[in-house]
Design a protein around this ligand. Structure first.
Ligand SMILES: [Zn+2]
Length: 171
C-alpha cells in the first residue's frame, strides 16, 4: 500500500467515524512524520466537557508526547475538516510543516475559507497547505451528521409538545 495523502486521510476519516459513533461532530486528524502516524485524534468536546478537545488539538498533544518535543518540525497534519481559528493558531505554535485537509469550513475555516492564519505574513511561521483530499467523503459525512441531528432535535421537540398536550388532557 502506498502511503500517500489519501492513505493518511483515510485514517483521519476512520477517526471521524469514531467521533460520530459518540454523537460528536465527525472530525478526525492524524500527524505523520517520516511516513508514520505519530499522533491521532477525533473530536471529543462534548464528552470531555472541553471546548478545546478538537481532533487536531488531541492529535498534536499525542504527537508531542510521542516526539517528546513541543515542535512538530517536518510533520504533516491530516484532518477531515479545515481547521478552526484555535487549531490554525496551534498549527503555527507547533511549527508543523504541512497541513492537508479534506472539506473546507465556510463558517470558521482558518486555512483560507474565512481567515488564513496558517499562512499569515504577520505570524512567524507559515504552513504548506493542500486541500480537497477525500473532500467528497468527508463533507458528506458532516452534512449527513448535521441533517440527522436536526431531524433528532425536531423529533424531540415534537415529542415534548405531545407530552405537554397529553398533560393538559389529563388535568
Ligand atoms: Zn479546531
Amino acid at each position: 500500500m502506498i502511503k500517500d495523502d489519501n492513505f493518511f486521510m483515510q485514517r483521519a476519516y476512520e477517526l471521524a467515524q469514531q467521533a460520530e459513533s459518540f454523537n460528536e461532530i465527525p472530525v478526525g486528524a492524524v500527524i505523520v512524520a517520516n511516513g508514520e502516524i505519530i499522533g491521532e485524534g477525533f473530536n471529543q468536546s462534548i464528552m470531555l466537557n472541553d471546548p478545546s478537545a478538537h481532533a487536531e488539538m488531541l492529535a498534536i498533544r499525542a504527537a508531542g508526547q510521542h516526539l517528546q518535543n513541543y515542535r512538530m518540525l517536518d510533520c504533516t497534519l491530516y484532518v477531515t475538516l479545515e481547521p478552526c481559528p484555535m487549531c490554525a493558531g496551534l498549527l503555527v505554535h507547533s511549527r508543523i510543516k504541512r497541513l492537508v485537509y479534506a472539506s473546507p469550513d465556510l463558517k470558521t475555516g482558518s486555512a483560507q475559507s474565512v481567515f488564513n492564519l496558517v499562512q499569515s505574513e504577520y505570524l512567524n511561521h507559515q504552513v504548506e497547505v493542500t486541500e480537497g483530499v477525500m473532500a467528497k467523503e468527508c463533507s458528506s459525512m458532516l452534512s449527513a451528521f448535521f441533517k440527522r441531528r436536526r431531524a433528532e432535535k425536531k423529533a424531540q421537540k415534537k415529542a415534548e409538545k405531545n407530552a405537554k398536550n397529553n398533560n393538559v388532557v389529563n388535568e
